[in-house]
Design a protein around this ligand. Structure first.
Ligand SMILES: Cc1cc2nc3c(=O)[nH]c(=O)nc-3n(C[C@H](O)[C@H](O)[C@H](O)COP(=O)(O)OP(=O)(O)OC[C@H]3O[C@@H](n4cnc5c(N)ncnc54)[C@H](O)[C@@H]3O)c2cc1C
Ligand code: FES
Length: 294
């Protein structure tokens, strides 16, 4: 598990990759950013001139020293044309952060997909299923050398064509909710339509909670829940096991098991978190928990 080192970083590149989404590249001011592996994340701290204090948020690595960031909205799940208040930090990064600006990065944090050695080593086929910006860390994973000798297929979904994360090298299979490209529907509809998954393969999932649950249940038709690895990009405060804002708890065999997504995850076996509150509730910035609409 990455314990993270705090570094001053300079933004060295910024590129719009799709609708309201940028990929930023960073270099440490003092030397090299510590190696981050697929699934790990960093706490990025930025400061807009309009804020009194700097703000930090967790972002997954989508490459070595780069992150892919999409504007978050306060009403989750609404179509693109009915959005309300834009996320504070993500919209600042997407719209205002410039090449040359400084930020603070604590990284690498959390575990990585390849920490699940037994599951990964034993698999001939690996299916990666991403929703929205959740596809970015999966693309990073699929390009890793660990995947070289495996059959690897990437499924990626978004609301509409302009919001799809593209990748020339991987050539993901796409789904869009409005049918503007690829399969019409969600990425889970795409999984159902594909339906040719090899038995006992490994599934790597990343995206919104509602998608994760449906995708994991679909994957269970083909493989053991131990082999379904879920990247839980849940709400986090500190990212370092201190604030308890990222708790996941589940009752198994009459015993309550509790995890912190930031230090025990963010990647979990579905068998460990199936039936947990992670899939039922969302924690909002005030600390309140609200039930996720089905
Ligand atoms: C391990 C991890 C990796 C992440 N990786 C990425 C990434 O690669 N790219 C990316 O764009 N984002 C990623 N996120 C989400 C990111 O950290 C921020 O939560 C998101 O950008 C919103 O922050 P904000 O300040 O813009 O919005 P805020 O102003 O804090 O909130 C805007 C709205 O979004 C809701 N919200 C905030 N965070 C989350 C969340 N994590 N899940 C669901 N709803 C939320 C709030 O409740 C509010 O309604 C990741 C989160 C985690 C925990
Ligand atoms: S984010 Fe603070 S304990 Fe996990």
């Amino acid at each position: 598990m990455g314990r993270g080192i705090q570094n001053a970083v300079r933004i060295t590149g910024k590129e719009q990759v799709c609708y309201e989404t940028v990929r930023i590249r960073m270099a440490s001011v003092s030397g090299v950013i510590r190696v981050s592996r697929p699934g790990q994340f960093g706490m990025l701290t930025v400061k807009s001139p309009d804020w009194e204090t700097p703000l930090q948020r967790p972002f997954s690595f989508s490459g070595q020293g780069d992150m892919t960031i999409r504007v978050a909205y306060s009403e989750q799940g609404l179509p693109c044309d009915k959005r309300t208040v834009a996320g504070k930090v993500s919209s600042y990064i997407v719209n205002d952060l410039e090449v040359g600006n400084l930020a603070l990065l604590t990284a690498p944090l959390g575990n990585c997909f390849f920490d699940f050695r037994a599951e990964m080593d034993g698999a001939d086929a690996v299916y990666l299923v991403g929703g929205g910006c959740g596809a970015a860390p999966l693309y990073y994973t699929a390009k890793s050398s660990v995947m070289l000798n495996k059959k690897c297929l990437v499924f990626s979904g978004a609301k509409t064509k302009s919001a799809l994360l593209r990748d020339e090298e991987l050539k993901p299979v796409f789904a869009t909710k409005d049918g503007s490209e690829g399969e019409k529907g969600t990425v889970v509809d795409l999984m159902k339509k594909y339906g040719k998954f090899e038995k006992d393969s490994v599934f790597l999932l990343c995206g919104p909670k509602a998608m994760l649950k449906c995708a994991a249940e679909e994957a269970r038709k083909y493989t053991n829940p131990d082999k379904i690895l879920v990247d839980t990009e849940t709400y986090m405060g500190c990212g370092r096991g201190v604030c308890n804002k990222c708790g996941i708890s589940v009752k198994r065999d009459g015993v309550i098991h509790s995890y912190n997504a930031c230090t025990d995850g963010p990647v979990f076996r579905y068998s460990d978190i199936r039936g947990s509150d992670f899939f039922e509730f969302e924690t909002v910035r005030s600390g309140a928990r609200k039930r996720i609409p089905i």
